[in-house]
Design a protein around this ligand. Structure first.
Ligand code: ZN
Length: 334
């Protein structure tokens, strides 16, 4: 499988970090009016540079809310996110308003932009979150809190189109390939993620030093044996499998989670503090192989994919074609 040859011509480079590059270029012009105007236009042109760049103030830490504050600022920095937030339907009832996280986030964003103070207190949003069992005076793992927040926001956006936009903005589409080590039967499973959980150790438990190496570890083929073995439809039992992951689509906003809390000592979880370098821009086509990186190729089906629907007695009905459609080509040949 996977005969699609060569890498796609267009690669996706994430522009979150593009701001730093452009800032450096603008700084070289020593802050003249033209340079400042140019810089402003460049900032506006960069995907994801949003409302907080336009003179918003900061957030006070209220009861260990530093992790929440950081996440809020990351959300508010993302123009694609704030465009969704600004289009939500405002709840009519005051009680509903107090319980609506998207609405309270919108109010907080407005406060941050209009306040004359140094910072604002995210008290109303904190109260709103506590209604939904997100407690304060509790230390959260940032990735865990991001997922809680994201799910609450999405669930509370009543406009279906906006909720879908939020999903598209953050969803990473992957494909898992499992190959039975006995009969070579291949199984493909689609998988959606909001964050890639990236390891800080390679398969030999050596520390990974760069983000690129961590991504390579995440996408490296892995032997699944013993208790990790997978059910094979052909063998009709659990069999050792070779598992590999492929990128099918990268979203506008890519969230990467460095697993710095994966090392347990007794009942304690220790933070892994070693240095892991990450680049200013990230180009997956330069990191992963053409077998691992199929950006936006989910609409394309190879002939080998089609041949999987020939059918076998052991396969479930859903995997077997029963209607065939042929389209006439030029010359009348089907
Ligand atoms: Zn098998």
């Amino acid at each position: 499988m996977g005969q699609r040859a060569g890498r796609p011509k267009s690669s996706r480079t994430f522009k979150l970090e593009g701001y730093q590059t452009m800032t450096a270029e603008a700084d070289e012009e020593n802050g003249t009016e033209d340079a400042l105007e140019k810089r402003k236009k460049m900032l506006q042109a960069i995907c994801g540079m949003a409302d907080l760049r336009n003179g918003a103030v900061g957030l006070y830490n209220i009861g260990l809310s530093c992790c929440l504050n950081s996440l809020l600022q990351v959300f508010f920095m993302n123009r694609h996110f704030t465009m969704i937030l600004r289009r939500i339907k405002v709840p009519f009832d005051p009680t509903e308003q107090k319980a609506s996280i998207p609405y309270q986030m919108l109010l907080l964003l407005e406060q941050m932009q209009q306040s004359k103070r140094k910072s604002v207190h995210p008290v109303d949003l904190a109260r709103c979150l506590s209604i939904h069992n997100v407690k304060f005076l509790v230390l959260y793992d940032a990735s865990h809190l991001f997922l809680i927040l994201w799910n609450l926001i999405k669930d509370q956006i009543t406009n279906v189109d906006l909720a879908e936009r939020l999903t598209v903005l953050y969803t990473i589409r992957l494909q898992e390939h499992l190959v039975c080590q006995k009969c070579s039967t291949e199984t493909k499973n689609a998988s959606n993620m909001l964050m890639l959980p990236l390891p800080l150790f390679d398969s030999d438990f050596r520390l990974v030093r760069t983000l690129e190496d961590s991504l390579c570890c995440f996408f490296a083929p892995e032997q699944l044996t013993d208790e990790n073995a997978c059910h094979c439809e052909e063998c009709e039992m659990k069999m050792p499998c070779l598992r590999s992951m492929k990128v099918m689509h990268l979203p506008q906003t890519l969230m990467l989670h460095l697993k710095r809390f994966c090392c347990k000592e007794g009942s304690h979880t220790r933070k892994i503090r070693h240095s892991l370098a990450f680049p200013q821009s990230l180009d997956f086509s330069q990191i992963l192989t053409s077998e691992q990186y199929y950006p936006d190729a989910q609409e394309e089906v190879s002939w080998d994919d089609v041949k999987c629907t020939y059918g076998r007695a052991s396969l479930r009905w859903g995997e077997t074609a029963y209607i065939l459609v042929y389209m006439k080509k030029n010359g009348g040949k089907l």
